[in-house]
Design a protein around this ligand. Structure first.
Ligand code: GLU
Length: 510
């Protein structure tokens, strides 16, 4: 690579960042780090109609949560500031005019109503209207109108746009680092708007190319939905005389629905019960969308899962730290075809991370959840509870259901379990167990187990019957870890109290 690597993530603040967008940011970041380059964050906010308050903050926080570090750009600054396109508005007009001057672009004065009529007429004839080489000479443009007329219209404040004058019948030859060589005949393309007088702002195409050039971007790594724009972008570089220094392009495959067909959408997530956004989102109108963070995922697991949706390490390895991703990443190993999102696999990844956390690490994520439930315990106690049950959890948010009985005595009893065990001799035997427990001095897991087990065997009672009845008293259900994990955790007094509660709360069946 001869140019220093400089890549950019260039989202538009039009809503919460979809996980496909996070993956784009991630691949840019991995590529930058791998090649000792710079990761730039540019906010493409020139479309005021689609601007959504809070979206930019959401994007920044998502990247932070994911551990995707920005070297230059919004929130950081840098030699090419400002990095909000809305703050760079003076820059673009000059470039649009340069294209008009050179014959690569022209003024168009068509009103919205006139274009709408043309669109409707085409529709009625069963066609789609395209503003292209076939019609441009017949419309209200500087291609047809006399120069004085154009100047007069501009001078009196008529609204205008500048459109790109797409060449006719030329084959644009493009190279994509993922898709290979692509050719498109320009006659199939329309004349895109580059600049609008109405808001004195460029459109995406102009601002994007001008900024990538000025910011010395070496590689454009972005979603496949931008591939159709690539011929125009190539031609814009040529029109400006920047072809020699234009960036290399890599268009990433789509993230597909779990069922395969089509792009992964919020609706798929809502239907099947998984988030398609990194963080919880509340829109300005109060609509909400769930997020991986709030659903109980570790960012490392989320990133690991996303990295493998479209990139293949070429080995069987599935668990990667960020550093391992950086070391292993290459655009050559990004697939051309879409990557199907698998919600169960996402959970599986999180479980792998969760199961390897120490009690202290678990305490850090579990304490806020405990506090939400009004439980105030030490980190040691929180971590221990989570540690005992972590193997059965996939998400951080599973921990409460799995461990709540450590902190809250049952008041209701699972019907199935109660029917099965709270009858016959079992209540009488549980009274005896209570006496045995009361007599134990050293209530450690091992000692309690030794004494109670020995006693059950001596008495010739059924081990399962006794343990399950005790479980009913202490947990209130058939779930939970080993019985002595529970006795040791809650302690003697609480054990005796819970046994008494069962007698007080539930009449044994005959
Ligand atoms: N602003 C565009 C987007 O929202 C950027 C596309 C590109 O990377 O060129 O995706």
């Amino acid at each position: 690579m001869n140019k220093p690597v400089r890549v950019r993530f260039a989202p538009s603040p039009t809503g919460p960042l979809h996980i496909g967008g996070v993956r784009t940011a991630l691949y840019n970041y991995l590529f930058a780090r791998k090649h000792g380059g710079k990761m730039i964050l540019r906010i493409e906010d020139t479309d005021s109609q689609r601007f959504v308050p809070g979206a930019e903050e959401y994007i920044a926080e998502s990247l932070r949560w994911c551990g995707i570090e920005i070297d230059e750009g919004v929130g950081v600054g840098g030699p090419h500031a400002p990095y909000h396109q809305s703050e760079r508005r003076e820059i673009y007009l000059k470039y649009a005019l340069q294209l008009v001057e050179a014959g690569w672009a022209y003024y168009a004065f068509d009103s919205a109503e006139a274009l709408d009529t043309l669109r409707k007429e085409a529709e009625a004839a069963g066609k789609a209207f395209a503003y292209n080489h076939e019609v441009r000479e017949t419309l209200e443009t500087s291609l047809r109108l006399p120069k004085e007329e154009v100047e007069a219209r501009i001078a009196r404040g008529d609204q205008w746009v500048i459109r790109f004058k797409m060449p006719v019948g030329e084959v644009v030859k493009m190279d994509d680092l993922i898709r290979g060589h692509v050719e498109v005949n320009t006659s199939t393309l329309d004349d895109k708007v580059l600049y609008k007088s109405a808001d004195q702002l460029p459109t995406y195409h102009l601002a994007n190319i001008v900024d990538d050039h000025l910011m010395e971007i070496s590689h454009v790594i972005r979603g496949e939905e931008w591939l159709p724009s690539l011929p125009l972008h190539y031609l814009l570089y040529r029109a400006f005389g920047w072809s020699d220094s234009q960036p290399e392009f890599a268009h990433l495959p789509l993230l597909l629905k779990p069922t395969g067909g089509g792009k992964l959408s919020k609706r798929d997530g809502d239907k099947m019960g998984f988030p398609v956004f990194p963080l919880f989102w509340t829109s300005p109108t109060g609509d909400t969308a769930r997020g991986y963070r709030e659903d109980g995922y570790y960012p490392e697991a989320f990133i690991n899962m996303l990295a493998l949706l479209g990139w293949n390490p070429g080995t069987e390895q599935e668990l990667f730290s960020m550093q391992e991703l950086i070391d292993g990443f290459s655009l050559e190993r990004v697939s051309k075809s879409g990557a199907r999102f698998q919600p169960d696999k996402a959970k599986w990844f999180n479980a792998q991370y969760l199961h390897h956390k120490s009690d202290a690490e678990l305490a850090a994520v579990y304490q806020p959840i405990l506090r939400e439930h009004g439980i105030e315990v030490s980190d040691e106690v929180a971590g221990k509870a989570a540690g005992i049950m972590k193997e059965r959890a996939q998400l951080i948010t599973d921990l409460w259901d799995l461990t709540s009985f450590f902190f809250v005595a049952p008041t209701a009893y699972e019907e199935k379990q109660a029917k099965k065990y709270w009858k016959g001799d079992n209540p009488r035997i549980l009274k005896e167990v209570r006496e045995v427990l009361a007599s134990i001095e050293d209530f450690s897991l091992e000692n309690t187990e030794k004494i109670v087990h020995g006693w059950i065997e001596e008495k010739g009672y059924g081990m399962g019957q006794v343990m399950n009845t005790l479980r009913l008293a202490l947990v209130g259900a058939g779930k939970g870890p080993g019985m002595y994990d529970v006795t040791a955790f809650i302690g003697k007094e609480e054990c005796l109290q819970r046994i008494d509660n069962l007698f007080a709360n539930l009449q044994p069946a005959e």
